[in-house]
Design a protein around this ligand. Structure first.
Ligand code: PMP
Ligand code: GLU
Length: 396
């Protein structure tokens, strides 16, 4: 153990999703016969119009620091397009461009909490949430959800949980990672009315907003209960919808003071978001819709194909994803026959024996489950299913 590292830093571990994604890529580069369904990012190239906008930005010298909260044309474009989309008005100064949705969530947590404040998270949660809460000195309060409510928070449960503690912030994510859970308008409205009544802050992570499948629609909390605008930080960005994960651009929308403080924090912590990427993001927001929809259609085809085959594999169950690009399956019935004690060992065995890399549910607060990402080429998805099926058949 190093003598120079603080106790605080000793509590931080790397992101399991990013680490396993890197591991899958490394094994493939070494020529190993591995299929990785770890990736939480679109496998498509960033659309050409967007790439060209970045090249134009470089050629025209847009390579300097920008304002800490982002370039004004992008803040204006986000304010305009999201005011229309959300049905709630945001001014450009209420939009803060950051280094990715992850960064926006961190900024929001920093600005909305004091050390020791409680942040409510819903498990299965995205792996970074509890770590980010701890990093800002707040305390994660995890509410475990299960199949009995379709892995969704109900108003009764929210009321019960709020009564127990002193929650300052609710961190909410629909469409959700890791299970693709999408709340309906009615479900969301009941929850949001309660949040409004309680007066707690809400961070609404809407990074998968454009990735919903037939029969499902994304609603933002501020759309269904507009009064929530004053209590909410809406977080989104270009990573998932426009296949721009590596460009690192996220957006946060919030009432004036929260936006001002997030920009001030960011000014000291990171300076400003990448200039070239912001110009590319502007192209995405203003001209990227057609490409975005094409990619969404492709994800829907894959989801249908993947779900049809997964549903025939015995001893597993999963909630039907309404959005994002993941299936989160309960595989705990297989642990006994496979002689493993949890999701990490299960995934290690699956990788060793059948060359398939998945993310263990332990990373999302649900050790009985594993996450499959269908953001991969169709032939890899078919091969992955073959491998998973033959692994399961070996043990049951
Ligand atoms: N929220 C969720 C639920 C995610 O899955 C991700 C993916 N990394 C993010 C936020 C962060 O997105 P970004 O790449 O824009 O930081
Ligand atoms: N959000 C994605 C995932 O869950 C990307 C990796 C990460 O940033 O965690 O896999």
């Amino acid at each position: 153990m190093s003598g120079i590292v603080s106790n605080r830093a000793r509590g931080i571990e790397p992101s399991v999703t990013l680490a396993l994604n890197t591991k899958a890529n490394m094994l493939k580069e070494k020529g190993e016969d591995v299929i990785g369904l770890a990736a939480g990012e679109p496998d498509f190239d960033t659309p050409e119009v967007i790439r060209k906008a970045a090249i134009r930005a470089i050629e025209s010298g847009k390579t300097k620091y920008t304002a800490a909260a982002g370039i004004m044309p992008l803040r204006k474009a986000v304010a305009q397009s999201y005011s229309e989309r959300l049905g709630v008005r945001y001014l450009p100064e209420e939009v803060v461009i950051s280094h990715g949705a992850k960064h926006s969530i961190f900024n929001a947590l920093y600005v909305l909490t004091d050390p020791g404040d409680e942040v409510m998270l819903l498990a299965p949660y995205w792996t970074s949430y509890p770590e980010m809460v701890k990093l800002v000195g707040a305390v994660p309060r995890i509410v475990y959800l299960d199949g009995s409510t379709g892995y969704k928070l109900t108003p009764e449960r929210l009321e019960e949980e709020l009564a127990k503690g002193k929650t300052k912030v609710l961190l909410f994510n629909s469409p959700g990672n890791p299970a693709g859970i999408v709340y309906s308008k009615d479900e969301l409205t009941s929850l949001c009315n309660l949040v409004r009544k309680e007066g707690i802050a809400l961070i609404s992570d809407e990074i998968y907003e454009f990735l919903t499948f037939s029969g499902w629609r994304h609603y933002s909390p501020v759309t269904v209960v507009p009064g929530l605008r004053e209590q909410t930080v809406v977080v989104t960005g270009v990573s998932k919808g426009y296949a721009m994960t590596g460009w690192r651009v996220g957006f946060a929308m919030a009432e004036k003071e929260a936006a001002y403080r997030m920009a001030a924090y960011q000014a000291h912590a990171t300076g400003c978001p990448n200039s070239i990427s912001q110009w590319a993001a502007l192209e995405a927001v203003t001209k990227g819709e057609r490409d975005r929809e094409k990619m969404r259609d492709e994800f829907e085809k894959r989801k249908n194909m993947f779900g049809e085959r997964l549903s025939k594999i015995q001893s597993i169950s999963y909630p039907e994803p309404g959005g994002a690009f993941y299936f989160l399956a309960d595989v705990s019935e297989l642990y006994g026959p496979c002689r493993v004690s949890g999701s990490a060992e299960f995934c290690e065995k699956l990788l060793r024996e059948n060359g398939l890399l998945l993310i263990p549910g332990g990373a999302f607060g649900c050790d009985g489950m594993v996450r499959f990402s269908f953001a991969a080429a169709e032939k890899d998805l078919v091969e992955a299913l073959d491998r998973f099926e033959s692994f399961v058949k070996r043990y049951v």
